[in-house]
Write a protein of this length. Sequence first.
Length: 198
Amino acid sequence: MKINKRGLDAELGKQLAPILRTRVNRKLIAAAREVEQILLKEFEDHQVTRELRQKKNGSNISGTLGGYGNLFTYIGFNDSDDPIEIIRSLLANSIQVTMLPAKSKKMIQEAIVSLPSKAEIEKATPLPWASGRSWVKGIEEGISGLGNYLSTQSRASGRSGGGIQTEKNIRGRRFISVNYLSEILNNLRKNISRALRK
């Protein structure tokens, strides 16, 4: 008796493809949700996030200003702004799983796992006084003007209600850049790869 191996493989593929697709889909979605929780926790725990969450009343726990004032007033956010929530909303549910058409003959199921991009975050986080530049990028590369920054709670204390820029340079300090979203997103890529290998 001759067995048509090609035909048998094709028939098995047709029967098993939906099962394979379901299992792969479940695994990928579970991995995405697991890693997303790690992503959000790392974002919330970062010293830049914690400092900005305190708005004008925060201290410079990130060290970016040499311990003077705080990032919220230095960047010049409006008192009512919530810059952290903008990023958090982009990160939440940002890991997307797209199943590709099944290759039934080879019993291979492919999928695309989409991650949040740094470019997307930078586009959504313009500096209040320079819309063409991202404050997230500035945290990592530097934001000029620290020498003219005065932390103050006076009535005329700028948009944020806690700081102003003076005309004269009043201190010889420079902004100290720190890894922020780049580090968090790099860790995300490592974590998703690790989760998919489980």
